[in-house]
Design a protein around this ligand. Structure first.
Ligand code: CA
Length: 232
């Protein structure tokens, strides 16, 4: 049984979400403000969090930022207002995994939550660690070090690299990377993948213009060459 934490201050909506997820077989935990949502997300170890943005005591952004800063990597789905694209992008940059725009259907929300849980399950089946020439990447903890010094990778960069490393030696298409790493988020395009790959190369390749590990497969996507690297 999956545990879901719902952080939402609108009582009517909160009750509807609660009833719906309980009916679907989830164990439901509820918080009516940001501060208690934050403490329940750390103490109760839910499998997935539904997080409203506008909350009393601590905003959804702050809850998300604080959880990620604490190393809590539970999938987070944000509830945002219609048409606020800047809000959605800010939320994803802070470490949310997906968002749904209000008003939404319970069916759509349920599908997104299931997709997040499936993605989290697939990530767990992938390598936890990758080591290459002085770089150690811990995918489970979302931590990376280069020559002992912390290397800043974004959440999406970790997920992208983990997926490519899991499939090392094989070409992975841009579409597949988009779906696995970004899911249903609608504003991202193939260019988003390319940008993230360029950023990753700048961080992990000795000469980013002539990459030796994160290789381009022309017309298809990318391939991880695991020569001189080990994954565990
Ligand atoms: Ca609210």
């Amino acid at each position: 049984m999956s545990r879901i934490l719902i952080i939402e201050d609108e009582q009517q909506l909160c009750r509807a979400l609660c009833d719906n997820f309980a009916f679907e077989g989830y164990e439901v935990i509820v918080a009516g403000d940001g501060a208690s949502g934050y403490s329940k997300a750390t103490a109760e170890k839910p499998d997935v969090v539904i997080l409203d943005l506008m909350l009393p005591r601590m905003s959804g952004y702050d809850v998300c930022r604080k959880l990620r800063a604490d190393g809590v990597n539970t999938p987070i789905l944000m509830l945002t207002a219609r048409g606020e694209e800047a809000d959605r992008i800010a939320g994803l940059d802070l470490g949310a995994d997906d968002y749904v725009t209000k008003p939404f259907s319970l069916g759509e929300l349920g599908a997104r939550v299931r997709a997040l849980l499936r993605r989290a399950g697939r990530l767990r089946a992938m390598p936890d660690k990758l080591q290459l020439e002085g770089i150690v990447i811990d995918f489970a903890a979302y931590e990376a070090h280069k020559d002992g010094i912390p290397l800043e990778l974004t959440r999406k960069e970790f997920q992208l690299l983990r997926l490519l490393a899991a499939r090392s030696g094989q070409a992975v298409t841009r579409d597949e990377l988009l779906i696995e790493v970004w899911g249903e988020e609608t504003y991202v395009t193939n260019r988003t993948v390319d940008t993230h790959v360029a950023n990753l190369r700048a961080k992990i390749e000795r000469d980013p213009r002539h990459p030796r590990r994160l290789l381009t497969v022309h017309g298809i996507g990318y391939r991880w060459d695991e020569q001189n690297s080990t994954k565990t």
